[in-house]
Design a protein around this ligand. Structure first.
Ligand code: DQA
Length: 146
């Protein structure tokens, strides 16, 4: 089975973007740690990033179909700022009936008030935030265990 790790807007800038908040590791480093975590748990990794809301929606729809076919265990989804704005991503997760772990590198609840609300949490199986990029490995472990 595959685990899809899906990254939204601006996460391609990891490493150079606000390193005090998001750390020094790049998206390539995150991909490597996700691959190691998937191998540890016996899954194949599909790792993607897009700055485009529609591309993320398409990926969630495809993930729902793959999950129904039994080839996908679920999705670790860092939707970036779309977390706080996107009814369309909420509807996509719900409509595709796909199992999503919502993931944030930073502790969004300790930051600006506009980051405290998530459109994704009500349609996610679980939420992880505040553990830096290690959260990706934790979310993969959570998918493997549940
Ligand atoms: C983020 C938190 C969001 O508020 C922000 O817009 C991001 C990254 C995180 O991983 O901590 O782009 O999802």
């Amino acid at each position: 089975q595959t685990i899809l790790v899906l990254n939204g807007p601006n996460l391609n800038l990891l490493g150079q973007r606000e390193p005090g908040v998001y750390g020094a590791q790049t998206l390539a480093d995150v991909e490597n740690l996700c691959r190691a975590a998937c191998e540890r748990h016996g899954y194949t990794l599909d790792f993607r990033q897009s700055n485009h809301e529609g591309a993320l929606i398409d990926a969630l729809h495809a993930a729902g179909a793959d999950q129904a076919a039994g080839t996908l265990a679920g999705v670790v989804f860092n939707a970036g700022a779309y977390t706080h704005t996107s009814v369309a991503l909420h509807d996509a997760i719900k409509g595709a009936q796909v199992k999503v772990i919502e993931l944030h590198i930073s502790n969004v609840h300790a930051r600006e008030p506009f980051r405290h609300h998530s459109y994704l949490s009500p349609v996610s199986a679980g939420v992880l935030c505040g553990f830096g990029v290690h959260g990706y490995a934790m979310a993969i472990a959570a998918l493997a265990a549940t």
